[in-house]
Write a protein that binds this ligand. Structure first.
Ligand SMILES: [Zn+2]
Length: 185
């Protein structure tokens, strides 16, 4: 890909991802002092006679406090989207109609778990995950600790609204955007 059209992650001044723009746009914003580079390529540079700046991967806007407009509602779609349509227990990706929502701590066990060992709410980002029908059935009313299953931490968190930027995972890895997409806070 041409250097100038590579994607750059744009963060608002509160470090929330708000957009993805080309290197060309990002460099313009930096030159106009509207943004600063906070992550860049180690070996690729934009050069002209007068300047040489590293190809940015992430820039931080100085004056903008924009936040993405869509708010995050807790529902089946937002959970599936957060979990990348994968069963968090076995990692399989069946067709979405075969995916279910699983309560990590099942309703029948909720009251026996002490408050410091469970999320605040039964129906919450922390207690809901995507599971395939098979895993959901196998799990039944057991706790994952009882069957030695694990849920990756990243699946239990409320996603940032940045998931609505529709970024593909290869860009996230390639340009080092992980901390703004996969982790919760
Ligand atoms: Zn499964």
């Amino acid at each position: 890909m041409d250097k100038l059209s590579q994607p750059v992650l744009i963060l608002n001044s509160s470090f929330v991802p708000i957009s993805i723009r080309s290197v060309k746009d990002a460099v313009c914003m930096v030159l106009l002092e509207k943004a600063q580079i906070i992550k860049s390529s180690l070996n690729e540079f934009i050069r002209s006679e007068k300047l040489s700046i590293p190809v940015p991967h992430i820039i931080l806007l100085s004056n903008y406090y924009l936040v993405p407009k869509k708010s995050l509602k807790l529902n089946r779609n937002s959970i599936l989207e957060r979990d990348n349509y994968l069963c968090v227990y076995c990692g399989k990706k069946p067709s979405p109609s075969k995916l279910t929502l699983d309560h990590i701590i099942p309703k029948s066990r909720w009251s026996e778990i002490s408050n410091d060992k469970k999320p605040k709410d039964f129906n919450s980002w922390e207690n809901l995950v995507t599971a395939c029908k098979e895993c959901n059935t196998k799990k039944g009313n057991k706790l994952i600790s009882e069957i030695k299953w694990k849920v990756p931490d990243s699946f239990k968190l409320k996603p940032k609204s940045s998931i609505f930027l529709n970024v593909n995972n290869s860009s996230i890895e390639k340009y080092g955007w992980e901390e703004y997409f996969s982790k919760g806070k």
